[in-house]
Write a protein that binds this ligand. Structure first.
Ligand SMILES: [Zn+2]
Length: 238
């Protein structure tokens, strides 16, 4: 175990017991990086899409476990109340829930680690503001998973001396990142051509580029930060 142990907590989940240690470790800053990335969170089938066009999918084993959980839940619903079989089915559902939560957390750690190692600045949508936006409710960001991922990302970045910036998600899914043309697009349209400048865009990559542009001033050396709502400077070269 790393660091000096500050507290230890014993916790029970179903038939499993855990000891949780909180330790104090010295931050290990990574060498500074000028590289910045915008990330668009989860429109199916992707977990996230970056402004550089990288698409990260939830791992297959995770999707499989979720299908298994759905089956187990249906089976539980059919069992007679108070029966032994119902108790067994309930335990099975709880086991799968736990397995999925562990797999999800592990996946979140890996994705966050990769982003923090590579980029000096990571920009994402502010989930609190996002809750107000209709198109984002359709994306299913209410899933508690996003909050967990962003919390992991934030502390890993802090530990490494890297920067995470939250921006207002307003219009990020409507604007053309090349010319700024604003247009509402239905959620099922994945790729489209901008009617104003002719740019061929992937919807989620375009959103990630808009997210990055909301925080990035362009000239190097200047500290990137979130801009006030409605003022979205365009960075050259996107
Ligand atoms: Zn355009």
């Amino acid at each position: 175990m790393e660091g000096k142990i500050k507290t230890a907590t014993v916790k029970r989940e179903g038939e499993h017991w855990y000891i949780i240690f909180i330790t104090e470790v010295d931050p290990k800053p990574l060498p500074p990086s000028e590289e910045a990335i915008g990330i668009d969170l989860g429109t199916n089938p992707h977990f996230l899409v970056t402004s550089e066009g990288e698409m990260v999918e939830a791992p297959r084993y995770f999707q499989k476990a979720q299908a298994k959980l759905a089956t187990a839940q249906r089976s539980l619903a059919r069992k007679k109340r108070g029966s032994n079989r119902r108790r067994q089915a309930r335990r099975r559902v709880a086991r799968l829930h736990r397995k999925i939560a562990n797999q999800r957390r592990d996946f979140h750690h890996k994705v966050a680690r990769k982003l923090v190692n590579r980029y000096g600045t990571i920009v994402h949508e502010d989930l609190n503001l996002q809750a107000l936006s209709r198109s984002h409710i359709a994306k299913g960001v209410q899933d508690a998973g996003w909050a967990q991922f962003l919390a992991i990302l934030a502390y890993k970045a802090e530990e490494a001396g890297r920067r995470v910036i939250k921006v207002d998600p307003k219009y990020t899914s409507q604007d053309c990142p090349v010319c700024g043309h604003r247009e509402k697009k239905p959620l099922w349209v994945r790729a489209y051509t901008c009617p104003q400048c002719g740019a061929l865009l992937h919807r989620d990559v375009a959103a990630a580029q808009n997210i990055l542009a909301k925080a990035w001033t362009g000239p190097s050396g200047e500290t990137p930060r979130a801009f006030p709502q409605g003022n979205t400077p365009r960075s050259p070269g996107l």
